[in-house]
Design a protein around this ligand. Structure first.
Ligand code: SF4
Length: 74
């Protein structure tokens, strides 16, 4: 398992993550930022665990986010 970490407050709303992986990411019309689907929030950071088999998609999303707010939690 891999844990995704999303610093949502720093998201600039470009929509690239949703474009690449709409099963994990969805833009929120209420504030224009991305939601990490199925995540839980701890101290203003959003987390979700995914199987290793989805890591290839996650790495694409991580590399395309222009403000580097998506990381793998170690
Ligand atoms: S790619 Fe990054 S900045 Fe763009 S919407 Fe997704 S999380 Fe936000």
């Amino acid at each position: 398992m891999v844990r995704i970490k999303h610093k949502r407050s720093k998201c600039i709303g470009c929509g690239y993550c949703e474009h690449l992986d709409s099963l994990m990411w969805q833009m929120d019309n209420s504030d224009g930022k991305a939601n990490l689907i199925g995540s839980h929030q701890i101290n203003n950071i959003f987390y979700v665990d995914i199987p290793d088999s989805e890591l290839v998609y996650l790495k694409r999303v991580i590399s395309i986010c222009p403000v580097n707010v998506i990381t793998i939690d170690k």
